[in-house]
Design a protein around this ligand. Structure first.
Ligand SMILES: [Zn+2]
Ligand SMILES: [Zn+2]
Length: 138
């Protein structure tokens, strides 16, 4: 892993940072009410990576909640500045979902799908040119 990383990122205050060593294995945007509350806006833009490909610096705080599926969704945030950084889902072990807004250069991001489209607020626009799912597809 000495080569140039795929991407780096950090929270607003810089206390928590991450380095990503490989390309995402999936991308998406989520309009579920939990993501709306956690982000304070209409959706989260997320890129999924293999956990082994991501190195995290600093200590994030976390909050776990139960998703519709019954899986546990753990969202990590900076305890100092509150930035949402990444998340894990108990149904998808070994995978980490990075909040794309915290990635330094994120021009590569193209959402592959939109989930919980049923909860999309009128005022928050995401693409309908990619697969849209009313819930989380299994
Ligand atoms: Zn911070
Ligand atoms: Zn969500």
């Amino acid at each position: 892993m000495a080569s140039k990383p795929f991407a780096t990122g950090h929270c607003l205050c810089g206390a928590v940072s991450f380095t990503i060593h490989a390309e995402p294995i999936g991308t998406g945007q989520c309009h579920c009410k939990d993501c709306q509350r956690a982000s304070g806006t209409g959706h989260m833009s997320i890129a999924r990576f293999r956990k082994d490909d991501v190195a995290i610096g600093g200590q994030a705080a976390s909050y776990a909640s139960t998703a519709d599926s019954g899986n546990i969704n753990t969202r990590y945030f900076c305890p100092k500045c509150g930035s949402r950084l990444f998340g894990e889902n108990s149904g998808v072990p070994g995978v980490i979902n990075i909040a794309v807004g915290c990635v330094n250069d994120n021009d590569w991001f193209v959402p592959g799908r939109v989930v919980y489209a049923k909860d999309r607020p009128r005022w928050d626009v995401t693409s309908t040119d990619v697969p849209n799912f009313d819930r989380m597809p299994t």
